[in-house]
Design a binder for this molecule. Structure first.
Ligand code: SF4
Length: 931
């Protein structure tokens, strides 16, 4: 379509008028005044008043440096800040410039009609969309009234402050939220396990959550398995490292049921059936052991594979088994090896610390170095215990037996893979040795037994001796040391916060046991529930909000979009709240159902910093422009709420609340909320928090916020000369490197990479060693549905951007294999209803031969408001009540609730469904307005 000059000016005038309606006359004036003629658009296009540095503070993990161009107080455009220095590591490609389609669209999106500009109060029914604009004063007073009422009557833990990924990755914003929750005692259902991203299997094995180096480490690998990940779509600024590595001789193998854009560019693609990945991992373990391709020296020292296990009860041989003194002293953390040299049983070095190794403190002054000991990997021996003679063997011997059950031939039907293909990849991986890498996506966490897959992944990297070496090991994500954030949250008041896994919170407050009964039957529902109740009774896991969930404050998250079993969660938990408050920059389903909405600043309208381990830079968000309308940043929003709470508590003379948190009693004097939140007025805005974090976080060069803002990006300490995080001085976790190179014990019960867990629940469910459990299937529903992060959005952000939507199908679509479609009389572009016993939703069928028959694939994040009946994919995810027993175990060294480390993940992948034709599609091309 051609557009003449007159039409162009008419369109420009219309667009400006629309902006004026949305954001007020001042902004429209700024946009229209310089453009009297079409030529002016081009003449002025490359002029600006000012350039600020920024990025997009969402959880894309890109943290790309951008220049933000401002004219007349409006962000006109953005551009990549191509000023990254050379990587600093010989022969490794550089980290920058960085960017993606979403980031380059943000200057338009932030002025889109989805923006929330003013505090609003619901005047119609929830979700009806009838609002009244109110003042900040009225909004915060109404919130504070309810807050005080609930806190006094039911306890502050009956109020939740939900922190989403939009907020949590911005360090100052998250610190503000953490301080507010710590002061007030509200419960924070954490999103890490809530969205099914918590790598519990890695934690069970290594005592660490954060396994990951920079993306440049990929270039150093010799064989990288891209497993349950799709970096060509989800890591756009970094995907080049995979393709450059190929030119460096690296074998890039993608393991995925779908022919993804990543699979397309890989050296090999294993098109595995969904949910059978552990079968493949164990088949590879079998091949490596059977063909003796493992690194014996590494596994003898770094793992529990040579530890002795009693054959009579399947438990480790411990000191307390051997004599009464050790039993009375509860020496349950002393373990044994069989020394081949002396032919004697010896204590494993680094076990039996004076303090119980509960994972809370690294055993800095011990070593796992073997010295003269040469532990046997296989054998059977008889040892004298205090109750008689017992036969013992090694974990390795048990593993060998377990792996034999998972031979490639045995696992071929399960995985749909040819045994030779599995063996070939296993050999290539083993041949890569210390440079064997698994680039693991977060999807593994979203399967019920994803923890076992992760244990198997670490096992593969241990067998090749790769973990802890540059270019090797499991790469998922490292995280910044939280010292700055926790110091800020607790300064002057101590730690008094409540953080709970969202999965457990939802189970308690969403009647999820009933859901389990409906979907999986009473037997499973009772079994899962009894273990969870046992865990609570033993105090292995905390339970907050026993008086009910009364008030929900949702900050930086769109919970009603993504919660599993979404419709049930909304009706059973969310809608029953007495007050819902949403702090959001953009409209979405959570905001639509809120009672009070507070407008929040967008990425270019706030001051903050971000640290993401994929590259070695700290990145600033310098406030480029004032927030639109009456929006403020998260710190300021909570400051205004704090001020209102203090004022009303004083007016009412509210007495301090006696509050018991995990056995400790605190006095919550709500009258002091503001003074505590702002540290007696010392913290005036987000820049002050950023400065606090810079000063308190190791590895961030010490400078002022202004200096950082002037540069945009600053290289972090200890990041030159290596692509891995291997220094205690860096801002990221380097514990793995310490254990591998300095021989410090791991933070596990055994002080090793621990592949054998002899907790009674793990033994009961046959999970003491990694084992393959088939994916869950609902009877009568033949299609396994999976999802993945999208190219054109990050979670729900940008999913509704008109231009980005126009690059897709114009509305939510789901990928369907043509044979499955034909069997249901469905054609490309038709609307289909996807359904199971959990619920249903309607979307467009997108036929693709890249999708395996018997499966459905959907890029996630679409908001329910974009679907008919406001039901999105979450409606058919029936898994919200699946609290896996082995994820709530405790009283076992490092196992027991640990925030952001060990907790049940929400399960999002493990289900089946079906679909049928809803209606014939009228068009198959995009049918949206292009902004
Ligand atoms: S959205 Fe994320 S990946 Fe894209 S440009 Fe912005 S920071 Fe980079």
């Amino acid at each position: 379509m051609s557009v003449n000059r007159r039409q162009f000016l008419a369109h420009t005038a219309l667009a400006s008028a629309a902006l004026a309606l949305q954001h007020g006359a001042a902004m429209a004036d700024a946009l229209t005044r310089p453009y009297r003629r079409i030529e002016d658009v081009w003449r002025k296009k490359w002029t600006w008043d000012r350039v600020a540095h920024g990025t997009h503070g969402t959880n894309c993990a890109g943290t790309c440096a951008f220049n933000v161009y401002i004219r007349n107080g409006v962000v006109w455009r953005e551009e990549q800040q191509a000023e990254y220095e050379r990587s600093g590591t010989p022969d490794v490609p550089d980290y920058g410039p960085r960017g993606c389609n979403k980031g380059l669209r943000h200057a338009r999106y932030m002025y889109g009609k989805q923006r929330v500009l003013y505090p609003m109060k619901r005047v119609g029914k929830r979700g009806e969309g009838k609002w009244q604009r109110i003042s900040w004063d009225q909004a915060t007073r109404e919130i504070a009234e309810k807050f005080i009422d609930v806190a006094v009557k039911h306890g502050p833990d009956s109020i939740t402050l939900g922190s989403g990924t939009q907020l949590a990755v911005k360090m100052a914003s998250y610190s503000a939220l953490a301080r507010f929750s710590n002061i007030t005692g509200v419960t924070v259902p954490e999103f890490y396990s809530g969205v099914g991203d918590l790598p519990t299997g890695f934690y069970m094995t290594t005592g660490l959550t954060y396994l990951g180096d920079t993306m440049a480490a990929v270039y150093k690998s010799k064989c990288v398995l891209v497993w349950m990940a799709n970096p060509a779509v989800t890591r756009i600024p970094d995907a080049h490292f995979f393709w450059e590595a190929k030119y460096n001789g690296t074998e890039v193998v993608t393991i995925s049921p779908e022919f993804t854009p990543t699979a397309m560019h890989s050296s090999k693609w294993l098109n595995i059936k969904p949910g059978t990945d552990t079968a493949l991992a164990m088949a590879m373990v079998h091949t490596i052991i059977e063909e003796k391709l493992y690194d014996a020296a590494y596994i003898r020292e770094q793992t529990d594979l040579p530890f002795l296990v009693r054959e009579d009860n399947g438990e480790f041989l411990r000191a307390e088994d051997l004599n009464l003194v050790d039993m009375l002293a509860v020496r349950e953390n002393v373990f044994y090896l069989w020394d081949q040299k002396t032919r004697r049983m010896v204590q494993a070095p680094g076990t039996g610390a004076a303090e119980a190794p509960v994972g809370r403190r690294r055993r800095k002054f011990e070593t796992i170095a073997l010295g003269d000991i040469e532990p046997a990997l296989e054998g059977r021996w008889t040892v004298q215990t205090r109750t008689g003679k017992v036969t013992v063997t090694t974990v390795f011997a048990l593993l060998k037996k377990r792996a034999a059950d998972h031979s490639p031939e045995n696992m071929s039907a399960e995985t749909g893979l040819n045994p030779n293909a599995m063996r070939t990849v296993a050999r290539e991986f083993a041949k890569a040795g210390k440079q064997a890498m698994i680039y693991a996506g977060f999807s593994a966490c979203k399967w019920l037994h994803g923890d076992i897959l992760q244990r198997a992944m670490v096992l593969l990297c241990a067998l090749t001796g790769a973990t802890g070496h540059e270019g090797g090991g499991v790469q998922m994500a490292n995280g910044p040391k939280s010292r700055g954030i926790t110091s800020f949250a607790f300064a002057g008041v101590g730690a008094a916060s409540r953080i709970v896994a969202s999965t457990l919170w939802d189970y308690d407050h969403g009647k999820m046991k009933q859901l389990n009964e409906k979907i999986y039957g009473k037997k499973l529902a009772d079994e899962f529930d009894s273990h969870y109740q046992h865990s609570l009774k033993e105090d292995w896991f905390p339970q907050y909000g026993k008086n009910g969930w009364k008030m929900g404050i949702f900050a930086g998250e769109n919970g009603a979009n993504w919660r599993a079993s979404g419709n049930r969660w909304r009706t059973e938990a969310f809608e029953k709240l007495e007050m819902i408050v949403a702090l959001v920059p953009d409209a979405g389903i959570t905001m639509h159902h809120a009672d009070i909405v507070l407008p929040i600043a967008h990425h270019y309208e706030r001051a903050d910093i971000m640290l993401q381990s994929r590259h070695p830079y700290v990145q600033v968000l310098d406030r480029a422009v004032k927030p639109l309308g009456e929006a403020v940043d998260d710190f300021e929003a909570l400051r205004r709420v704090s001020a209102a709470i203090s004022a009303i508590a004083r007016e009412k003379g509210t007495a301090a609340i006696k509050d018991d948190v995990d056995g400790r009693t605190f006095r919550r004097d709500l009258k002091r909320t503001l003074e505590l939140y702002t540290m007696d007025g010392a913290i005036k805005d987000s820049r002050d928090i950023v400065q606090f974090i810079i000063n308190a976080t190791p590895g961030i060069p010490k400078m002022s916020f202004a200096e950082l803002a002037a540069k945009g990006i600053v290289r972090v300490d200890e990041s030159r000369g290596s692509t891995v995080w291997n220094s205690d001085e860096s801002p990221f976790h380097a514990d793995i490197a310490e254990s591998v190179h300095e021989k410090r014990p791991y933070e596990t019960l055994t002080g090793r990479q621990q592949f054998y867990i002899d907790h009674e629940w793990f033994l009961k469910f046959d999970e003491a060693l990694p084992v393959y459990h088939p994916p869950l299937k609902q009877k009568g529903y033949p299609l396994q549905m999976t999802m993945g992060h999208a190219r054109h959005g990050i979670h729900s952000m940008w999913r509704d951007d008109s231009f980005l939507v126009s690059l897709q199908r114009g509305e939510p679509d789901i990928y369907v294999n043509p044979d499955d479609a034909a069997a249901r009389n469905v054609r490309d572009g038709d609307l289909i209803e996807v359904f199971n016993d959990g619920g249903s939703f309607i979307c467009m069928a997108h036929l693709s031969a890249g999708i395996m028959p018997g499966t459905l694939y959907m890029y996630h994040g679409w908001d329910p408001t974009m679907f008919r009946g406001r039901q999105n994919f979450a409606a058919v995810i029936p898994t919200a009540g699946l609290v896996k027993p082995t994820s709530v175990a405790g009283d076992y060294g490092h196992l027991g609730y640990r925030v952001l480390a060990y907790a049940p993940n929400q399960t999002y992948r493990d289900f089946t469904c079906n679909f049928k034709l809803h209606s014939r599609g009228k068009v198959t091309a995009a049918k949206v307005r292009i902004a």
